[in-house]
Design a protein. Structure first.
Length: 246
């Protein structure tokens, strides 16, 4: 079965990638500049629903809340969890716990509903993953995963915008991108708003799509794309940790 939720209503915009993320939510929590966070591989049991068929799907709009993504407003479709690779658990300095499990990656001329048509000979890269609040309390809607691709697939005019990161292969880099929640998993409660922040209810899981804002060369293969967690907010040693696809 393939996971094909009905398109969600437009969701808020707001924040660029980890290295470009807004400090608003983090500052409000007093966590800006935090350099620690426990990271451990975990089985799908820790708050992430049992992942079985369908695959992630289309999606939403620009910048959102932290990683580079969108918040949420209006209703989100609900569907079964897509097939995923092994889950990764991360914990932030203030105690939020997230589960991350990669579903699929690829290229598309319109990976998000508001994407502009790419120039001839180019397209956009994207990846879908399942994000879960592993805690028994609401957690800030955050996007720990970042999308990386081989530098050789970045058009010459954009290469200076494609950034390498510590602990990730030198030939890989991450372009400006944005993340958006595209669906609730297995009837999970929708995100909630509190004091200007968007939160994930306890135990809720969502399908998230991360897509490049800048085009990439045609010919980029799904297996060339990787998801990593590298930001100091989620890792204790500043080394990128891969979230493996199925």
């Amino acid at each position: 079965m393939s996971y094909r939720p009905t398109p969600p209503r437009p969701m808020p915009s707001g924040h660029p990638s980890h290295r470009r993320r807004r400090k608003r939510g983090a500052g409000k929590l007093g966590i800006a500049g935090a350099l620690s966070g426990a990271v451990a591989m975990a089985a799908v049991a820790a708050g992430i629903v049992v992942f079985r068929p369908p695959g992630g799907e289309d999606p939403g709009s620009p910048s959102g809340l932290t990683s580079q993504g969108d918040g949420t407003q209006g209703e989100l479709p609900s569907g079964q969890a897509p097939a995923t690779g092994p889950a990764l658990s991360v914990t932030t300095p203030e105690g939020y716990g997230y589960g991350l499990a990669a579903a699929k990656a690829g290229t598309d001329d319109r990976p998000l509903d508001d994407a502009q048509p790419p120039p001839e000979g180019t397209t956009y890269a994207y990846a879908d993953y399942v994000l879960t609040n592993n805690q028994r309390r609401p957690a800030l809607l955050d996007y720990p995963a970042d999308l990386f691709l081989p530098r050789e697939h970045v058009p010459d005019g954009s290469r200076e915008r494609c950034m390498p990161q510590p602990g990730i292969p030198e030939d890989m880099c991450t372009l400006p991108n944005r993340s958006r929640v595209t669906a609730r998993v297995n009837g999970a409660e929708a995100p909630i708003s509190e004091a200007g922040d968007t939160l994930i209810p306890p135990g809720a899981s969502y399908v998230v799509r991360i897509a490049t804002d800048l085009p990439v060369k045609d010919g980029l293969k799904p297996e060339d794309l990787k998801l990593y967690v590298w930001n100091a907010r989620y890792t204790s040693d500043r080394k990128g940790i891969e979230i493996a696809f199925p």
